[in-house]
Design a protein around this ligand. Structure first.
Ligand SMILES: [Zn+2]
Length: 424
């Protein structure tokens, strides 16, 4: 092309733009684009002043050219779809499976292009995509939803796959153990929190849960860094008082804990860990000393007790005087039997068939009130007895108590036995 011709064309185009205003807003997508002189004239000629950008034009054609034969080859499953041609099922699938769930996706585009993003909206047949703000240095390198990055015309998409990238990604363990405190209920001599059974000195480990996909309320061991933060979750002051007086069923105690593994602050002042070791009980004397340290701490307890309708001064003197014995991790077989038999509401009543000089759980099993009053204690009796057997090195899988746990599928107890076997 000669320089002169280029010069002439430039003049025409520039003047044309000025004269006709050939940039137009696309009627469909709203983008401002250059119409092009030929198209502009064509539109004028037809008397239809509807301007669509080239991409939108393609989209309109794509939707019009629905192919009955090809449509059978399209597929939509729970985590992926393949689209060879326009298919109205695609819209519903994208909304329900991806947009509503904030899923992270791999898009296969025409021309073998792969694009990863978080699709956030569907507008005028464009998939609005937010970018994946993956950064190994930010928040342990989890994939996070970023700003809008691209708008992809639906006809460019050949396939979508929802990928659970979090599944393949594991957050590193905390470099140093985190030390804190945890309120734990002592139930029949066993340290329990929900379905978790703890043993002093044995880590309670769980597989790592995928952070953005999990509510940590029901998994992982919870703990706090400061003693006062535990109080609102576990009342380790008034509950042991009531328990020591034979009132109240809950015996909450405070323990020092070591957290390792996947460990982070989950709520304000609330921490979680998938590897928590209960180290030791914080004694009554230590608790009193701790809260007496400062006016601020005293105030926290005062407020808490008020919320429970207890008076501050009274409680402290009651607490100091109460016969709150430290938690004893190990009991002999006889002590276990005695402790559990004594819990029975019929103990020492006329119907009780025990020999009081030597209380035995197996006697309870012969009692006609057993099913009603004591059977639910059997799994704890089994667990504590197995624990002693393991400590003596005399455990094998034919153990009767173990068979009972297996038979009834008491998962918490069975898992706790496995931990004992692993760490004893
Ligand atoms: Zn457009």
């Amino acid at each position: 092309m000669s320089a002169q011709l280029i010069y002439v064309l430039n003049i025409v185009i520039l003047h044309g733009k000025e004269a006709y205003g050939m940039t137009r807003k696309c009627k469909k997508c709203g983008e401002v684009y250059d119409v092009g002189i030929l198209k502009y004239i064509k539109s004028l000629w037809r008397g239809k002043m509807i301007f669509r950008c080239e991409t939108c034009e393609e989209l309109v054609n794509w939707k019009r050219d629905e192919d009955i034969n090809q449509i059978n080859e399209n597929s939509f499953s729970f985590n992926k779809c393949n689209v060879k041609c326009y298919d109205n099922r695609l819209y519903d699938w994208i909304y329900k499976k991806i947009i509503d769930q904030n899923e992270y996706c791999e898009l296969r585009l025409r021309g073998n292009i792969i694009y990863h993003c978080f699709p956030a909206d569907l507008k005028e047949d464009y998939l609005v995509c937010r970018k994946d703000e993956y950064d190994p240095n930010i928040k342990y390198g989890t994939h996070r939803i970023g700003d809008i990055e691209k708008r992809i015309p639906l006809n460019y998409i050949v396939g979508i796959e929802i990928i659970d990238v979090y599944k393949d990604y594991f957050e590193p363990d905390v470099k140093e153990p985190v030390f804190g405190f945890k309120g734990i209920e002592v139930v029949d001599g066993i340290l329990k929190a929900k379905d978790y059974i703890y043993e002093l000195g044995i880590p309670y480990e769980e597989p790592q849960r995928i952070r953005p996909h999990k509510d940590y309320q029901d998994v992982y061991s919870h703990f706090c860094i400061r003693i006062e933060d535990v109080l609102s979750h576990r009342d380790f002051i008034t509950s042991p008082i009531a328990f020591s007086e034979g009132k109240g069923r809950s015996n909450q105690r405070l323990f020092e804990v070591k957290a390792e593994g996947h460990c982070f602050e989950n709520t304000t002042n609330g921490w979680v860990s998938n590897k928590l070791t209960v180290i030791r009980e914080v004694t009554k004397e230590e608790i009193i000393e701790y809260f007496n340290q400062s006016q601020k701490l005293k105030l926290i307890v005062e407020k808490f007790l008020e919320s429970r309708n207890s008076k501050y001064e009274e409680i402290w003197s009651k607490y100091a005087k109460a016969d709150i014995r430290p938690y004893r991790q190990f009991l002999s077989d006889n002590e276990i039997d005695e402790m559990i038999v004594k819990i029975c509401v019929f103990n020492k009543s006329d119907v009780c068939i025990q020999d009081y000089s030597k209380l035995k759980f197996e006697i309870c099993e012969q009692c006609s009130y057993y099913k009603h009053a004591m059977e639910y204690k059997k799994k704890r009796h089994c667990y504590l007895t197995i624990r002693n057997t393991i400590r003596k090195g005399a455990f094998n899988k034919e153990n009767k108590n173990y068979e009972y746990l297996l038979e009834h599928n008491f998962r918490s107890e069975l898992e706790a036995v496995n931990r004992l076997l692993e760490y004893t």
